[in-house]
Design a protein around this ligand. Sequence first.
Ligand code: AMP
Length: 184
Amino acid sequence: MKKLIFLGPPGAGKGTQAEILADFYQIPHISTGDMLRQAIAQKTPLGQKAQMYVEKGELVPDDLILDLIKERLNRPDSQKGWILDGFPRNVSQASFLEDLLNQLDRAADRVINLEVPDRVLIERMLGRGRKDDNEETISRRLEIYRERTAPVIDFYRKRNMLEPINGNLSLEEVTASLKAAIEN
Ligand code: AMP
């Protein structure tokens, strides 16, 4: 059973790699960003509350995200493993997740940190054409990443769970080094 957390700045390729590996290991790819975009498109109550934050590149408040992730990890398909992409995004989410997984007796096995230089991140995001990928929102997302999400790296480093991976290589090379890190 593989229980993997993917960290890394926006544009690092987390989503793309998580998708490939989830397919390879036949486990769900759980992306809070995808879940929020879907809720926004469907105009659900969650979507309506989250929309403004996502469009500005701000973090959606924890109270909207924590129930969402708890419900998702309790679904039957999550019992055989998962890849978390875009969660946890701050230290309070990381400690919520740690408690939740301890209760379920299912601690994560690996926390992958995909490392990519800023210059490359900005190029990649501008090339993606997502609605929140304009220059202003991109710089806000990078700023939020540094302030709120980068401390999550230390949270896992202290627990000896962190696996840094160079994300500034070709897609295939990154997939290969992820598989090697997950399997060793
Ligand atoms: P992503 O697809 O992971 O880049 O997420 C897109 C946007 O969704 C982010 O810029 C945030 O506004 C929001 N978001 C995604 N995951 C989270 C999270 N775990 N906590 C708060 N906001 C989130």
